[in-house]
Each structure stands twice: as C-alpha cells, then as structure tokens.
Write a protein that binds this ligand. Structure first.
Ligand SMILES: [Ca+2]
Ligand SMILES: [Ca+2]
Ligand SMILES: [Ca+2]
Length: 272
C-alpha cells in the first residue's frame, strides 16, 4: 500500500453479563460493529472535476504566459516609441545648435569685415592711439587723422589743423585715398557734407599744389565727373580749393571736387 493510502478500522464487541459459556449473544443484546475504510485514490480514478481542474490550471498558465507576453510586447513598443521621441528631440536640439552656430559665425564674419573697412586693402590699426585721440584723432598706418564736426572756410580749416600740430590732409597714395573714402562714407550725413583736403590752385589757376608744397601727381588724382571746373556762379573768383567725399562711395575712388575756398565745409587734418 502506498503512503497516501490509509485504512481505518474500528470494531466494538460487547459480552453478555454472567454467561461466559455462551458465545452467542442474545438477540436483545446488541452487537456493534463499525468498519471504516478509506482507499487510496489512484490517479486513473481522479474524479472528472479534478481533471477539469488540471485543464483549468493549464489554461491559467497559458493565460498568465499570454499576459506576460503582452506586457513584454507593450514594454518593447513603449521603449521603441520613447527612443523615437528621444531621437526626434535630439535631432531638433542638434538642428537648433547648428542654426545658432551658423548665425554666430555669420555675425562674427560681419564683424570682421567691418574691422577691415573695405575697400581698404590694409587692416586698420584702431587700437593704436594718437596724441590727441581724446579730441578725435585716429591712427591709420604711420599717420593720425582728424575729421572735423564743425565747418569753416578752407583757410580757417587749415589754421585749425595747424593749431592741433597738423595740417590739412595730403593724399600721398591710393591706399590713403581708399582709407579716407571709406571713413567719409561712415561720417557723411548728406551728399553735400564734404570735407576740405590740403589741395589748392589759388596761386595759379589749374595748377594744383598740396599744402606741403608738392605738385599734384597727374597719375594720382581722384577728381569726380567734370571737376575741377572752376565754376564761377557761386563765387566770381571761381573754385580754387578741393574738397572730397561721396556718401555712397565710388568704385574708382573719384570723390574730389573743386569749390570756392570761402565755402563752409568740414575738413580732414593729418599729422605724423
Ligand atoms: Ca598723407
Ligand atoms: Ca580753380
Ligand atoms: Ca567745381
């Protein structure tokens, strides 16, 4: 018998009082007999309900597996979605940073081009200071320049320059002309807001002399249009002093015009 199989037995007999010879009990004397048995239940004899229970367990297991599989798939989908969102977010951020970097580069590039001050070929040395820089003198090359805010006649303007240890500007080369043209493009507030330079033909008509007594080199002139025309409508004495400046500049740097020396103009001074 297997361990799980249990047999119970409980038998009770009652003997008659005072009669030991007779083994047969009288009919009025009751005899008790009670037998309880319990047999092991073999697997093959499992009731139908238990078999159903086994099938149900398999179904439950299958259901649990299905739920776990569904959960795993859901988690995978959520992770994939989150990764996609993160990737999109990173791409947006990257694009934003790239745009900002591009803007910054363009702004820096513009700033650099302003420093160079086209059409000048040589970069300006603005950090080098000039004597009297607090009054507005600014360096360029080995010289210092002053662009006046006030207006005066050509002669008065020259006096002003001399009072500041300089003289009206003498343009010695094309590069110096380029520098002055570009500075005047910034400073001029109107088309007639031109500046006296140190050039005059007051001694002899059409014989132009710089204030340092050098003759004007015909290969290095920047007359604008039909000037010098010694126009006499404004002053019967004609026009014997030179002024310069084109608010919009000129690709050939042609910005000089002759003007009556009594006209009130701004002026450019130069000193070493
Ligand atoms: Ca000069
Ligand atoms: Ca003249
Ligand atoms: Ca003229």
């Amino acid at each position: 018998m297997a361990e799980a199989e249990v047999l119970y037995s409980d038998i009770k007999f009652k003997r008659a009082r005072g009669n030991t010879d007779v083994a047969t009990p009288s009919t009025d004397e009751p005899t008790y007999s009670e037998v309880k048995t319990s047999k092991a239940q073999r697997p093959a004899e499992l009731p139908a309900s238990n078999r159903r229970s086994g099938v149900t367990s398999e179904r439950v297991a299958l259901l649990v597996l299905s739920v776990l599989l569904a959960a795993a798939v859901t988690a995978l989908v959520v992770t994939l979605y989150e990764n996609t969102q993160t990737k999109k977010s990173l791409q947006k951020s990257l694009q934003k940073y790239q745009d900002e970097a591009k803007n910054l580069t363009e702004r820096l590039s513009n700033k650099e081009s302003c420093k160079v001050e086209q059409p000048g070929k040589l970069p300006l040395v603005r950090d080098k200071t000039c004597p009297g820089y607090k009054d507005g003198w600014e360096p360029h090359g080995e010289k210092c320049y002053f662009f006046s805010l006030a207006t005066s006649s050509w002669t008065q303007s020259r006096t002003q320059c001399k009072s500041m240890s300089g003289d009206l500007v003498v343009i010695n080369n094309r590069e110096e002309q380029e520098f002055l043209v570009s500075r005047l493009m910034e400073k001029m507030v109107a088309y007639e807001d031109k500046f006296w330079i140190g050039l005059t033909d007051s001694k002899k008509e059409n014989e132009w002399i710089w204030v340092d007594d050098t003759q004007l080199d015909p290969r290095l002139t920047f007359w604008l249009g039909k000037d010098p025309d010694n126009w006499t409508n404004e002053n019967p004495d004609g026009e014997d002093c030179a002024r310069m400046g084109e608010k919009d500049g000129d690709k050939d740097l042609k910005t000089w015009v002759d003007k009556s020396c009594e006209s009130l103009q701004k002026y450019i001074c130069e000193k070493p």
